[in-house]
Write a protein that binds this ligand. Sequence first.
Ligand SMILES: CC(C)(COP(=O)(O)OP(=O)(O)OC[C@H]1O[C@@H](n2cnc3c(N)ncnc32)[C@H](O)[C@@H]1OP(=O)(O)O)[C@@H](O)C(=O)NCCC(=O)NCCS
Length: 142
Amino acid sequence: MTIIFHTDTIISVDQFITLLRQTTLGERRPLSDPARIEKMLRQANLTVSAWDGERLIGIARCLTDFDYCCYISDLAVSETYQRQGIGKALIALVQKQLHPEAKIILLAAPQAYDYYGKIGFERHPSAWTIFAKTSLAAPKDK
Ligand SMILES: CC(C)(COP(=O)(O)OP(=O)(O)OC[C@H]1O[C@@H](n2cnc3c(N)ncnc32)[C@H](O)[C@@H]1OP(=O)(O)O)[C@@H](O)C(=O)NCCC(=O)NCCS
């Protein structure tokens, strides 16, 4: 089996959805909304992918300025290809596209909670998110 990696090759909506369905990430992404999936693909500005022939078997889909920070939104490896170093190779290729001091940021899915620490990431004690449809708190009266 020869796995080929590409940076910024065109990935179709069907290929992306098929891959996500082959991982637990599928249940956490809007697969029933192909128009949104298409925008996720086209508006990401760094996507590294892994291929077995014509088959998309891994992806790291990122938003980045390339010089200071890079958010990996989706890291996924098809279940039958997991634990062969493909996830790590995808992240290494992302890193290679960035300034040597640029930082990678991500949120671990529950199934990958222990993964990132194992491959060298540090847990960040002051990371924050605000979930969709959550209103910002009103400023306090002075
Ligand atoms: C998480 C994921 C991307 C890892 O990809 P992968 O190609 O299987 O991982 P690698 O082969 O690079 O693994 C590197 C090391 O981490 C370990 N590892 C892999 N998945 C792990 C997990 N979920 N938890 C803990 N350790 C894990 C591997 O055993 C390997 O250890 P070793 O070097 O001692 O053998 C992949 O399992 C996946 O797609 N999971 C489902 C989707 C998901 O949760 N994605 C993450 C979203 S934040």
